[in-house]
Design a protein around this ligand. Structure first.
Ligand code: NAD
Ligand code: DAU
Length: 379
């Protein structure tokens, strides 16, 4: 497409958002990409150093819950597409402070929807050529049971996802699975999803919602399992495993998520929901062992050297047992599938964190230790 489009990406200084911004800025020089982010503790402009001087890129520091500012940005930049990622994203923080999650994830999304609606409805062409694309999570569907005996291969594993090929139950989240969120985080994301669909059904706004599984890869804030554990192994600090480490997550390399977002933004059907996932389920304790093994090998430590850092701690309240996404609709209708084998993705990820220690050290100096202690106590 050669037409210049003004695309607002929210949360672009965060983990997934920075990969989406980088992809759009480099792949579509004809688009103007406006990255709007409030730079909370999770937002980091160092994630975008390599593209910050690009001619088709603008950064705006603003709060999505500030309706007046959202109105002004959408109007001044003549926005015709929105990819909305800005959110409070960490489950443990939502347990401590649910109000911040309601404010940003619910009121922030609503402010953005309202600003877009007012601007687009004021134009002669109204909603033609416009799209509000909302990025959501598999956590809105609740939790699945662990029913499969160990060693069962995933019936849906694609050749590209993993050599691991394990499913831990017969059930998967599909696009029609009833919402059943358990944490304040997932409740706030579920609420925002409902508002997005309501703006389509009530006002005719062209919207799309996608629900994705756990992402991993470079630039993830080290409060999330994988970067936290890589950093703790490097610093020989305890690895806090919640409960017995039996919970199952479905892991997708972040660039594969960004590619899916690109594809859905350009070719997805309005008012549809697409699930995005890697058919790549792991029990936490198993993925932790892979991380330990990979970090030890890359640091030249003897095999098993960091196993002693594993520390079982009190479980997360309301900890969802298993997430597993069935992403066959996206594969069937738009031809997307994960490009990386998990084994390759985790190797790339561990290498990236070890090669970018300055990025990690900049984050974990300053207030990080204080935040961490306030959140988790002195583990
Ligand atoms: P993140 O926490 O790394 O980044 C969130 C970004 O939003 C940060 O840059 C932060 O500064 C910004 N932000 C927060 N509050 C804001 C506000 N009020 N106004 C403007 N900006 C604000 O999150 P992430 O992991 O990159 O997740 C991005 C999106 O993808 C979220 O909507 C999340 O729910 C969703 N998601 C994440 C995953 C995952 O595994 N990380 C999986 C599925 C869906
Ligand atoms: O499923 C998608 C979701 O994945 C996203 O919507 C969220 O934004 C994202 O944070 C992620 O949520 P999780 O809660 O699954 O991710 P987290 O990295 O916090 O935890 C992964 C698993 O590891 C989970 O079962 C809890 C466990 N865990 C986590 C941490 C931080 C531990 O055992 N110890 C830890 O220290």
């Amino acid at each position: 497409m050669s037409k210049r489009r003004n695309i607002l990406i929210t949360g672009g200084a965060g983990f997934i958002g920075s990969h989406v911004v980088r992809l759009f800025v480099t792949k579509y020089p004809e688009y103007h990409i406006i990255n709007l982010d409030n730079l909370t503790y999770a937002g980091n402009l160092a994630n975008l150093k390599d593209i910050e001087d690009c001619e088709n890129y603008t950064f705006i520091k603003a709060d999505i819950a500030d309706l007046e500012t959202m109105r002004r940005v959408v109007r001044d930049y003549k926005i015709d597409g929105i990819i909305h990622l800005a959110a409070e994203s960490h489950v443990d923080r939502s347990i401590k402070d649910p109000f911040t999650f309601a404010r940003t994830n619910v009121m922030g999304t609503l402010s953005l929807l309202q600003a877009a609606r007012e601007y687009w409805e004021s134009l002669p062409e109204r909603y033609e050529g416009k799209l509000f694309y909302h990025i959501s999570t598999d956590e809105v569907y609740g939790a699945l049971e662990l029913t499969a005996p160990e060693g069962i291969e995933s019936p849906f594993t694609t050749s590209a996802s993993s050599e691991h090929h394990q499913a831990y139950g017969e059930d998967f989240f599909v696009e029609t699975t009833k919402y059943n969120p358990h944490s304040p985080y997932s409740a706030s994301k579920a609420s925002s999803d409902h508002f997005v669909r309501a703006y389509h059904d009530t006002y005719g706004m062209p919207t799309v919602v996608t629900n994705c599984s756990n992402n991993y890869g470079p630039y993830q804030f080290p409060e999330k399992l994988i970067p936290l554990f890589i950093n703790n192994i490097r610093k020989r600090k305890p690895l806090p495993v919640y409960g017995k480490g039996e919970n199952v997550r479905d892991w997708l390399y972040v660039e594969d998520h960004a590619r899916a977002i690109d594809m859905i933004f350009h070719t997805g059907k309005v008012a549809e929901t697409y699930n995005i996932g890697g058919f790549n389920e792991w029990k936490n304790i198993d993925i932790i062992r892979v991380i330990i093994k990979t970090v030890d090998r890359l640091l030249g430590n003897p095999e098993g050297y960091s196993d002693e850092l594993i520390t079982f701690v009190t479980d997360r309240a309301g900890h969802d047992l298993r997430y597993a996404i069935d992403s066959r609709k996206l594969q069937r209708e738009l031809g997307w599938e994960p490009s990386l084998q998990f084994e390759e993705g985790i190797e790339k990820t561990v290498r990236w964190y070890l090669d970018n220690q300055e990025w990690m050290d900049n984050i974990t100096s300053g207030n990080y230790e204080k935040y961490y202690e306030e959140m988790y106590g002195n583990r």
